[in-house]
Write a protein that binds this ligand. Sequence first.
Ligand SMILES: *[C@@H]1O[C@H](CO)[C@@H](O)[C@H](O)[C@H]1NC(C)=O
Ligand SMILES: *[C@@H]1O[C@H](CO)[C@@H](O)[C@H](O)[C@H]1NC(C)=O
Ligand SMILES: *[C@@H]1O[C@H](CO)[C@@H](O)[C@H](O)[C@H]1NC(C)=O
Length: 188
Amino acid sequence: MRLNLSSIISLIILALPWLQFCETVPVPTPWPERFHALTYKNLSSDGLQIAHQWYDWPRGRNVYIIQKQLSDLLYNVEWNNGTSFYYTLGENGSCDVVHYGIGIPRPDFLDGATYLGTRFTDGFLCNLWEKLDFIWYYEDVQTKKPVRWDFSDGISVHVMTFEVGAVLHDPLIQAPSYCFNQDTYAKG
Ligand SMILES: *[C@@H]1O[C@H](CO)[C@@H](O)[C@H](O)[C@H]1NC(C)=O
Ligand SMILES: *[C@@H]1O[C@H](CO)[C@@H](O)[C@H](O)[C@H]1NC(C)=O
Ligand SMILES: *[C@@H]1O[C@H](CO)[C@@H](O)[C@H](O)[C@H]1NC(C)=O
């Protein structure tokens, strides 16, 4: 077949929708099945906090060890069956047990998020997605590590370290006995 200019142009026009379809929109990297992250938050009205997050999908567990400024260390252990423990240790340790209707985030919890383009944040060039008007998620374009996520309540979580595959070996995440001899309550 001999192609003249006009047939080449019409071929390109026909192919355009297909080419656009093939152009890949970035998708968020799923969370690794296990990671450790050190995060920083400024809760503005409720102070500053750093937290160690230990996400462990195979164990069905997501642990936050939270240090609010000049406050007792708070353990928040979330289980995939919807139960969360919040406790402090020591002489005046306290505990709250909350039954949420839902478990911990799945590794692919960002599936279906809307891509909003690239942004500079915290000094990193990131891809930004939004899901359900609930979370805005920034991921480093090059390393694919999360840099920051914002919730609709205005709180930003800044990721300071992100260690893929790290596992928490800490007996302190066994909820203390005083979590179990009390009334629990349901939420959500
Ligand atoms: C935290 O946020 C508040 C309110 O936006 C701001 O006034 C304060 O300077 C921030 N603190 C830090 C350490 O960023
Ligand atoms: C969920 O799992 C944790 C850890 O095994 C357990 O302590 C808690 O009682 C369980 N909650 C329910 C509702 O079964
Ligand atoms: C625990 O509470 C008691 C009574 O309020 C107080 O005297 C004591 O200093 C507290 N202990 C600690 C470690 O905070």
